[in-house]
Write a protein that binds this ligand. Sequence first.
Ligand code: 5AD
Ligand code: SF4
Length: 472
Amino acid sequence: MGETGKTQRISQEDIGRQLRFCEKLRELNEARPGGPPLACVQTYGCQQNVADSQRLMGMLRDMGCGFTQDPGRAEIIVINTCAIRENAEKKVFGVVGQLVHAKERNPDLTICLCGCMAQQETAAARIRASYRHVDLVFGPQALWRFPELLFEVRTRHKRVFSIAQERGAIAEGLPVVRESSVKAWVSIMYGCNNFCSYCIVPYVRGRERSREASDILAEIRSLVEDGVREITLLGQNVNSYGKDLDSPMDFADLLEEIDAIPGDYLIRFMTSHPKDAGRKLFDTMARCSHVAKQLHLPVQSGSSRVLRAMNRGYTREQYLEKAAYARSVMPELVLTSDIIIGFPGETEEEAMETISLIREVRYDALFTFIYSPRPGTPAASLPDTVSRAEKQVWFDKLLEEQNRISGELHRAYVGRRLRVLVDGESGDEQWPLSSRTHGGRLVHLRGDASLIGQYVDAEILDSNTWALFGAV
Ligand code: 5AD
Ligand code: SF4
């Protein structure tokens, strides 16, 4: 582990070759009797998948496709999957199973499955054997070759599986469809080398690899010039950024360089691994005015014994010390976390240590999960004797405690005036706009849709466990 090695960078010639496949597909598409086809891209899972889907849509657009949200109207369906928990997989198998009827109605329909689940041997084997209406299966590491793979499906009329285990590479210059003019995702690195014992990600997303800072900076500069207000840097573990670069640089250095780009915008990032998040990062965050005072720092468990079994590389005390330091240099910091309840061998006492930790840290919000065994990970072969029902009881206790804390923290906002970014419509008649505080808290706002994309001063009038409510 901690393996770095040389990062493979896809040459511009190879990217150019893919773009020529887009051209060839565009010619095929334009020659179709019904005109260019509609594509439907469905995304499951994390923000990295959302960002990947925007690249897939960029390639589809270059192939001449239009877009629809309705799979019933699409000629090309791309399902970008998640493998983090069993539930995510079940959902996808359900959706893919349903598509068999669509394929019967329209044999020209092309069904593509990609993302983390596609990279898992067992899932891919099941698709190969039992979901024969799926035409193309490829993992996250083959994403940049999507045009070539689709061309093969379209011209050779055979199923294509591109799921070989690869270290993964960096591909620059792929087209992108951004779904918002206010917010954008920018991947700064891919893959994960941490091998937390419960997690499938290192097996499906390959080794850690960083984009060159110059490429990241150029992308952010152009987003800021286009008026994008909020940019979220993405990586499975952004704190490992730069370890594999020829001229070494760490994540805090990168933040500092981004911060120097002039403009009215905010930088957020996720996810940070606590083991690599240190004082330098927190001091840099505190100093950089473009960097949101928001930190997603997944603790996973409040028990040092469980943390060791999870291979997390820190103890409860070390985590608490880091969180306290971050708060001391950024008093207004919004802190969130991920928690897993019911890791194999976790006792009730240890689960309660997690609850005591969240009481101590007082997170603004939590993402909470019940442990789900992932085949092939070390934790999946550990004895797990606690029943699902018992885990559910611990989980409910955790949620109840966090809801109380979030409710209290949110109530403390009422009566304050805050600068928020209006990012869209909320769908709620009484509070029609949705916006975010600098710390990333959701504020439903009374105000006019013409404010979308602007920073405004909002007075907070009300709150609940999940959101704040205010008026411009
Ligand atoms: N079971 C339950 N939750 C998991 N996560 C990752 N793997 C598993 C698993 N096998 C959670 C972790 C991680 C988040 C993205 O998903 O909390 O931080
Ligand atoms: Fe999974 Fe751990 Fe890597 Fe996060 S840091 S992606 S939890 S292995």
